[in-house]
Design a protein around this ligand. Structure first.
Ligand code: C2E
Ligand code: MG
Ligand code: MG
Length: 257
């Protein structure tokens, strides 16, 4: 599998899909998260789709994750360019692996691509996972470096790692994303929402924006809004990851408020 994944990446078979990030209080799409897709089939058209949960770790372990990341950046900024340069608020969120964060080539690539498309870097959010293997002080330094370059930094999969309050307060991020496993406890009879509640509380105390991942039920929305009126939701309730064209259709077909 690693060989086939590498070959597909080298052949430029990386694609990007987009999942809406929706401001819950008014159902407004504030942005999208770019999510990578890869087909390792031999022929054109039909083939074998591999989940990012499988091939991202492979790319990380075999030392070609930055190649994947650069293709995602390249595709996403080109496809979302019009929205990212329009007056309406809209941002793109891109996932970075630990290796990307420390590789000067990735940063240089982002800088070039944002200049080329004339995109304001504050509208590019970079997600780093809380499970990152980069050592704490080094991670803080890297995040600050990107932040100083104008990018918005975001902590993904919050709650699945071990960030303490003191460490979080040192991270120059603007937003945290609460993992789906905690969202799932809302609106489920008998499930304990304590962890979710605590995370919302930490975000509020530290002044972070909050994206709640994996929102699947309408009943979850008022609960989230009660904890944070500015919360952003992401999940199948609003939209699955879509191609750029599907996203445009999805938006056109959305019922007005
Ligand atoms: P993530 O960054 O936490 O992305 C959210 C994942 O949750 C996506 O899975 C998305 O499709 C899924 N999701 C969103 N809403 C729902 C929902 O309501 N229900 C369910 N069951 N799932 C939902 P996906 O696209 O398979 O990506 C999985 C993971 O792979 C991502 O988790 C991220 O860690 C990684 N990944 C994806 N694209 C990239 C990329 O371009 N670079 C890197 N380094 N990692 C990526
Ligand atoms: Mg993410
Ligand atoms: Mg996540």
């Amino acid at each position: 599998l690693p060989q086939r994944v590498r070959r597909a990446v080298l052949r430029g078979r990386v694609r990007v899909v987009y999942q809406p990030l929706v401001r819950l209080r008014d159902n407004y799409m504030l942005g999208v998260e770019a999510l990578v897709r890869l087909n390792i089939g031999r022929g054109k058209g039909r083939g074998r789709e591999v989940s990012p949960d499988i091939f991202i770790p492979i790319a990380e372990q075999h030392g070609f994750i930055t190649l994947v990341t650069k293709q995602v950046i390249h595709g996403a900024l080109a496809e979302m360019r019009d929205r990212l340069t329009s007056d309406a608020p809209f941002y793109i969120s891109i996932n970075l692996s630990a290796e990307d964060l420390t590789d000067p080539e990735v940063r240089a690539f982002l800088d070039r691509e944002t200049v080329r498309h004339d995109i304001d870097r504050a509208r590019v959010s970079l997600e780093l996972t809380e499970r990152s293997t980069v050592e704490e002080t080094e991670l803080v330094r890297c995040v600050r470096h990107f932040r100083d370059g104008g990018y918005s930094m975001c902590l993904d999969d919050f709650g699945t790692g071990y960030s303490g309050f003191a460490y979080l307060s040192k991270l120059p991020i603007f937003c945290i994303k609460i993992d789906k496993m905690f969202t799932d406890t809302i609106g489920l009879d008998g499930a304990d929402t304590t962890l979710f509640d605590n995370m919302m509380d930490i975000a509020r105390k530290l002044g972070f924006k909050v994206v709640v991942e994996g929102v699947t039920k309408a009943e979850q929305v008022p609960y989230i809004l009660a904890a944070n009126p500015e919360a952003i939701g992401q999940g199948y309730l609003f939209g699955k990851p879509m191609t750029a064209r599907e996203l445009a259709d999805w938006e056109a077909g959305r019922a007005p408020l």
